[in-house]
Design a protein around this ligand. Structure first.
Ligand SMILES: [Zn+2]
Length: 72
C-alpha cells in the first residue's frame, strides 16, 4: 500500500472495531411515537439493543505521519 500524500511504501495498517449505535435522536422518537400512536415505543423496546460493529482500517504513513481510512 502506498501513502496517499507522499507515495511512500512505509505504511502501517491498523484495524479497529467501532461500535456504532443505530439509536435515533430523542426528538425523532417523540415524533414517531406521536404519528404511530405509541406503536413506535414498542418498536423501540424491541430493537433497543441493536448496535452495529463496523471494522475500520486505518493506515498511517511512517514518513510523513499522514493517516487515512482505508476503504474496502
Ligand atoms: Zn506519507
Amino acid at each position: 500500500m502506498k501513502c496517499v500524500k507522499c507515495g511512500s511504501e512505509n505504511v502501517n495498517c491498523t484495524t479497529s472495531a467501532v461500535v456504532k449505535s443505530v439509536r435515533r435522536s430523542f426528538l425523532w422518537n417523540l415524533f414517531m411515537i406521536c404519528i404511530t400512536g405509541g406503536l413506535w415505543l414498542l418498536w423501540m423496546l424491541v430493537r433497543r439493543r441493536k448496535e452495529k460493529v463496523i471494522m475500520i482500517t486505518t493506515a498511517t504513513c511512517n514518513d510523513c505521519g499522514r493517516s487515512w481510512e482505508v476503504k474496502r
